[in-house]
Structure formats: C-alpha cells, structure tokens
Design a protein around this ligand. Structure first.
Ligand code: TNX
Length: 560
C-alpha cells in the first residue's frame, strides 16, 4: 500500500510540475473561488482547476469501510447533477493514472486526529489524514469548493463540475465544536434533525447537543415510563406572542404534541455517526421538568396535579430531591438513554431550578438534615452528584449548565458556561472541563438585527459579526487552565421558533461564524475575509434550500 501511496504522490508531484500549479500569479484567497468555512489553517491557492469527468475515480486505502463510505458520499454528490457516475474503488497496483481523487491514511502526519491535507491540482486530488474523520473533513472542504449546484436538485453542465487548485493543511483548534437544539419548546421532525446534522457536518461541527426534555414537552420515548410520552409529550395549547411583562396573555387553544420513538433516536444517532458527529442527549434535572411531573406527579414535592407548561419561563415545580423514587425514576430513564446514546457525555441540565418547593418540602428538609447539607443549594449538589455517581459507574461523564457550580461542583462534571463566562472560568480554575456557550455570543435565539425589522425572538442582540468576534478562551486563565476549555457551542432555544424554516433563519449564517471560532486559529480569523468567503459559501446553502438569514441590514444597528 505504501508503494502505491508513494507512487501516487510521485504522480501528483510530476503533474504538479507539469501543470505549474504553483506559479507567481496565485489567485487571492479572498476571491470567491475558495469559499471555505471554517477557514483552513493554511490555504495556498494554485492556478487551474480539476475537472470531474465520467472517468474520474475515487480511490481509497483498501480495507477501510469508512473510507469507502466517504468515497460513496463524494461520488453521490458529484454524480447526482450530471449524467455519469464517478466510481469508488479500493486502490490497486494499477493506480497510476491521473483523474483520481485519492484518500490515504497516514498516522505519522504532523496533524491532530481531525486534521487533513488536501491537495488539488489539475490532474488529481489527494486527501491525506490520520483518521477517516480527517478524510471526511477534507471532503467537506472539497465539497465547499465544488459549484453550489451539486447541493441542489437540478442537473448542471458537466463542464462546470470542477474545483480550483489549492493546497490545504488543516486541523481544528478545539476538540468540542457544538450546536444545540431545544426540541422541548417546539418539536422538530426526525427528518429535520437529520438535515440539521447534515448542515453541521458541512461546517465541521462534531457535537450535537439534543435538548430532549422540558417543562413544555417530554420528547423521547422511555419504554419503562410510557406516561412520559402519553401525557408529557403534549401541551393543551401554546402562548401567542412574547412571554413576560404583560397583564393578559393570549393562547392559541391548539393541542401541541410530539416525541421521538427509540427507533427515531437510533436513526438520528446512526446518521450522526456517519457524519462524525456525537449526539449528547440532555435530560433536564432537577428543574425544567414539569412535563415529567405531569406524567408522574409523585416525582414532585407537592404530588400535583401538574400540567405540561403552555408558556415559557422558569417554573417552581421541580423534581423532589427528598424522594428516593425520583432517583429511581431518573436512573431508569438514564439507563434507557445510555442504551440509545453511545456518547461519553450525558447532559443532565441543572439550570434554573428554583428552590421554593424544596424549602417547604418535609422530605427535602429531612434529606438536608440526614446528609448534613447546609441548604437547598447543597441539596442540588447532592442531587447532581448522586446522578453523576450513577452515570460514572456506567462509564459516562456528566455535563451540566453552570448552575451546577452552586453548592459545590460534582467531582467529574464538565460545565457549560451560559450565564456569561464566569462559570467557565471558575470551573477551569478548579480543573474541570468547560464548554463555552455565553449568551451574549452563542445564543442563536437572540435577534440578529433590529427587532423592529425581524420576526419575533426572545430578545437580546447578536449580529453575525459579534458571533464571529467570540474568543472562547478567557484571558483570566493561565496557559495550564486554558486547556480545560474544550470549545464553544451555539445554543438554539426554540420558545419563539415554531417552524424548521425559522430555526434555519436563526441558525444560519451565525453557525458558520461560530464554526470558524471553533476551528480556525484565533490569529487567522479576519471578519472581512470571512464575509467574502461567506458570500460564495451561502450559495451552497441556497442550493440546499436552507432558509438562512440574508446578509446585511444588521450593520446599521450594530453596536461596535
Ligand atoms: C435560559 S440557557 C435557559 C433556557 C431558555 C433560554 C432562552 C439555559 C441553561 N436555560 O431554558 O430557553 O434561557 O434564551
């Protein structure tokens, strides 16, 4: 195999000399022929283009099914709009001709496990990486260099099926590159989730945080507790307009339901795996749990009755921490969740849990006494630590929102810092891993332009440039502490996003900007250059029918 690889490298090198794919008149990166997002670490444009034809073959290091699958993915993309099919085959001794796309694995490369080298010249394309995941990312870059029509439904002129010559050396800055979706406030079909993942992969996101349980709806089938989906997945109606500050509220009077079966979940997890995306499920506790309490009232401090919430906000009824059956229930739920999700992390929520009920609940007070806890904050820590112990015993680790710092952090927890960056800084200083999701940079439910001209959103103001400007590593951390920052994540809370189109409008192109925050070295970021690339890149989303927010009209109100 090595012989073949080096033979091919030689062929590439010779063709490189012949076609003069270096030269003094290199095209500029900012020209739209290289609309790659996130920006690669090193990108050297070259002269000329590689044309895909009916004779082009995608060849891969033999014996690796993943490479074959990635080859099929690329073949499907380039073959769909034309009248020929690009063949995919393992490398054999005869591979010496040009007109190939070659995938090779080389564990000695000076790259991290997600990095890749992409070399396009007029005669051949080579993608090298240490892992299939790296090859996959090389293909995503190649995909963004193809004409946008490949992403659409229509046929195209085969003469235009080409990519510009370039040499790329690339690897991500952060190991955690996340996008979240709240399916509790509004439910989104399995097909939409699959599409959401497809778009994430295009921008090299590797983690999907799936927020599955909320006050307004429980969205995952749990076989042992059928009421969760029978009762908890439906609310009797939904608030119309904005929540907060009004004397009188209007409701739509329409029942709203939805949940994923375990078969749906398996399909989502399998599709994500094909795209090198880990799905982290979030099962909220102790707060944001009204839908669960409505299904099983004995899990609350008062015993109910409870109703699945019909408006947004924070609710006082939360899981009872004094009740052993609460833990039994959550452990049973998490057992089924662990069977469905192979992710190392399970997100257990932990945010916005008012302590009003616990203060008045004899069982909770007895627990505080028996465990020698100081107050209800420590009771929350007890709650989270107890669940953490259970998950650790099954080989998993927890992630929690930054409220889990209050009352003492569970020993192995990873913290998601959302109320600014303070929680992230505190956790990193305690040598806990951190994922940065501060509201002012990472909340894609905030307005992206003047609220008067935008559809209803929760509030805030987060234009594209501000997302782009985000630096996930706080200055307050020492180089040693900085290592605990795993990366950043965009959060998509859907109180005010009732449709897939609106989710896409709120997420894109802001998720393009955050992808670059997570991937590109801080010193390589440049907003003007990003905007240039984005113009060309958005043509791909347009071809896919993504309802992204068009560029512009956000500068006027932009606070610099
Ligand atoms: C706070 S972020 C929440 C969510 C809301 C969001 C709205 C977090 C951990 N909790 O429940 O949907 O604000 O922006």
């Amino acid at each position: 195999m090595k012989k073949i690889t080096s033979f091919l490298s030689l062929a590439l090198f010779v063709s490189f000399l012949l076609t003069g794919c270096s030269g003094s008149q290199q095209p500029k990166v900012t020209e739209n022929v290289y609309p790659v997002i996130p920006k690669p670490v090193k990108m050297e444009p070259q002269k000329g283009r590689f044309l895909f034809t009916g004779d082009t073959r995608i060849i891969y290091y033999p014996g690796n099914d993943e490479l074959q699958d990635i080859g099929e993915f690329l073949s499907g993309l380039v073959s769909r709009p034309v009248d020929f099919t690009v063949a995919v085959m393992p490398a054999d001794e005869n591979v010496s001709e040009p007109n190939t796309v070659f995938f090779s694995l080389d564990t000695t490369l000076d790259l991290n496990d997600e990095g890749y080298l992409l070399n396009i010249d007029t005669r051949a394309i080579e993608i090298k990486a240490k892992t299939p995941q790296g090859i996959f990312y090389g293909v995503q870059t190649l995909r963004q260099l193809l004409p946008p029509q490949v992403e659409g439904q229509a046929k195209m002129d085969a003469a235009a099926l080409s990519v510009p010559c370039v040499k790329i050396e690339d690897q991500p800055r952060f190991a955690y590159r996340g996008l979240h979706l709240d399916v509790g406030r509004h439910f989104f079909s399995k097909d939409f989730i699959l599409r959401y993942l497809d778009l994430m992969a295009l921008y090299k996101y590797n983690t999907f945080h799936w927020h599955l349980t909320e006050d307004q709806g429980w969205r995952i089938e749990i076989k042992k507790y059928p009421e969760l989906t029978k009762v908890g997945s439906c609310r009797k109606e939904t608030l119309v307009g904005h929540w907060g500050g009004k004397k009188k509220y209007e409701y739509d009077g329409k029942e709203y339901c939805g949940y994923y079966t375990q078969e749906d979940v398996k399909e989502v997890v399998a599709h994500a795996k094909d795209l090198y995306i880990t799905v982290i499920p979030e099962i909220e506790m102790p707060g944001h749990s009204l839908a669960a309490l409505a299904s099983y009232p004995q899990l609350g401090c008062t015993g109910g009755p409870y109703e699945v919430a019909t408006h947004w906000g924070v609710f006082k009824d939360i899981y009872c921490a004094g009740n052993d059956s609460t833990f039994k229930f959550l452990e049973d739920v998490l057992t089924e969740v662990m069977e469905l999700f192979p992710s190392h992390y399970i997100h257990i929520g932990g945010d916005e849990a008012p302590k009003d009920r616990w203060k008045k609940c004899p069982k909770c007070q007895a627990r505080i006494k028996a465990e020698g806890l100081k107050d209800e904050e420590e009771l929350q820590s007890y709650f989270i630590s107890r669940i953490e112990k259970f998950l650790n015993a099954h080989g998993r680790d927890i992630i929690g929102w930054d409220e889990i710092l209050q009352g003492g952090l569970a020993p192995h927890a990873t913290v998601m810092s959302w109320r600014g960056i303070k929680g992230g800084i505190a956790a990193a200083k305690m040598h806990h891993d951190v994922i940065m999701t501060p509201g002012s940079y990472c909340y894609f439910d905030h307005y992206q332009a003047d609220p008067k001209k935008e559809p209803l959103a929760i509030g805030g103001y987060l234009p594209l440039e501000k997302v782009y400007s985000y630096e996930p590593v706080p200055k307050e951390l020492s180089p040693e502490e900085q290592k605990y920052i795993l990366g950043a994540q965009g959060n998509v809370w859907t109180e005010y996003m009732a449709t897939p189109d609106y989710v896409e409008y709120m997420v894109y192109p802001r998720a393009c900007a955050l992808a670059e925050v997570d991937w590109t070295p801080a010193g390589e970021k440049d907003y003007d250059d990003f905007q240039q690339r984005l113009k060309g890149n958005l043509e791909h989303l347009k071809a896919m029918g993504v309802n992204y927010r068009p560029l512009g009209n956000d500068e006027k109100t932009m606070k610099k």
